[in-house]
Design a binder for this molecule. Structure first.
Ligand code: HEM
Length: 385
């Protein structure tokens, strides 16, 4: 099947499903087809269209480029018009890029483009323009230990572009920024990130060497905890982004047994200290004969456990970053229905997580990730109602 035929099939599928809220949208299901692991065949384009944005739901691709834009404030009416134009420009550029038909010589790689996009609207803009966004969308409170650089965080419009390597997201981010600028936006910050290439179904590792992303909600749990409630926002979600500096050398100097107790899982295979397989549910209540917890009270897995939050879950799709010898860490990216969950977990971590001496939060952003669109639609259609 040629690329054009594949794209036509994807578009027909997306049109057929309309905006129905399936636990697994068909643009994602179509990508997963043909492999037992859930990873798409590497030659299949990623459909930009569908009820939900494919950059949240599809397999996590190993390279990311994030881009944040601002809308210089004028009047609410004029700024609403600017936002409409910016979202229209981004929709055009990103849908064309994902289809592999952007006329930029740098994108003629001779291979099928596989670009997964996420577009969102920042908290400050949503309240300034009185946009129709989920009631839960709100800024995060300050946390103990934060050392946030405003120039590397926040923003009115947030993009995350992911692909198999840095080339495509870097070039497309530049073109998307140019398109948004012609519509009235200005660039605020960019950030690149990466994961190790892993076989389909294998959890990637962070720079501390641990598998990161093991305990994520399945599609059914995501309908309850990640995607919006029934109504206009049911196919949208909220992204909490934190740029977290990691003391990679300091953590590497810690004996592996202690590292395992800091996290609550084994570094080598990601198995929880109470289990025998990576995907075993960590039992935070299991005790040693001496009465101490097997997953220590200060361990990261205990303090971030959904059992302490009435079962509430976030979908973590973080990336590593390397911005020089003294600035490496994690681009923590988590999607959730209600960012109050992040606040609860982060407050527990800040109080006693054994990871804290090795990490520092240096930038932050919260954005409403817009529902997906059908071919011919424009991102953000529900913001104005
Ligand atoms: C650099 C900072 C961080 C590192 C290195 C880190 C690392 C890890 C690792 C290795 C795991 C276990 C494997 C997995 O389930 O993915 C994990 C789980 C988790 N982390 Fe983090 N994490 C960091 C920051 C955070 C932050 C800031 C939050 C939220 C406030 C968070 C929330 C979670 C959650 C919810 C889980 C899953 C818990 C469960 O369901 O068992 N993490 N993290």
């Amino acid at each position: 099947m040629g690329r054009r035929a594949l794209l036509a099939t994807g578009a027909a599928l997306a049109a057929a499903v309309g905006a129905a809220a399936e636990p697994v949208p068909d643009n994602v299901r179509a990508q997963r087809r043909g492999t037992a692991s859930g990873a798409p065949p590497a030659t299949t384009a990623i459909d930009f269209h569908g009820p939900r944005q494919a950059g949240v739901t599809g397999p996590q691709l190993p390279a990311t480029q994030m881009l944040s834009l601002d809308l210089p404030p004028t009047s609410a009416t004029a700024d609403r018009e600017t936002l409409r134009n910016v979202l229209a420009a981004l929709t055009r550029t990103l849908s064309t890029a994902a289809a592999g038909t952007l006329p930029d010589p740098r994108l003629r790689t001779g291979e099928t483009t596989r670009l997964a996009c996420v577009v969102g609207v920042g908290t400050a803009l949503a309240s300034r323009l009185g946009l129709n966004v989920p009631a839960e969308l709100a800024d995060l409170p300050p946390f103990p230990g934060d050392r946030l650089d405003a120039a590397r965080g926040n923003g009115d419009v947030l993009l995350q572009l992911c692909a198999a390597d840095r080339w495509t997201p870097t070039v497309v981010a530049e073109l998307a920024a140019a398109a948004a600028q012609s519509a009235g936006a200005v660039s605020r910050w960019t950030q690149s990130g990466f994961l190790p290439h892993t076989a389909p179904g294998i959890t990637p590792r962070n720079l501390f060497g641990f598998k990161d992303g093991t305990a994520n909600p399945d599609d059914t749990a995501a309908v309850r905890w990640v995607w919006g409630p029934p109504g206009a926002h049911r196919n949208g979600t909220i992204l909490v982004y934190r740029r977290i500096h990691m003391d990679v050398a300091g953590f590497a100097a810690v004996p592996e047994d202690r590292q395992n107790r800091i996290i609550g899982r084994r570094a080598g295979d990601g198995v929880p200290l109470t289990g025998t397989a990576e995907h075993d549910d960590p039992d935070i209540y299991a005790k040693h004969p001496d009465g101490s917890y097997v997953i220590p009270v200060t361990s990261h897995v205990r303090l971030s456990s959904p059992r302490l939050d009435g079962g509430a879950r976030m979908l973590r799709r973080s990336y590593n970053y390397d911005d020089g010898p003294n600035d490496r860490g994690l681009l923590f990216c988590a999607f959730m229905r209600d960012p109050a969950l992040f606040t609860r977990v982060q407050n527990r971590m800040a109080a006693r997580d054994a990871l804290i001496p090795f990490i520092e939060h240096r930038a932050s952003a919260v954005a409403y990730i817009l529902p997906g669109i059908n071919p011919g639609g424009t991102l953000g259609e529900q913001l104005w109602t």
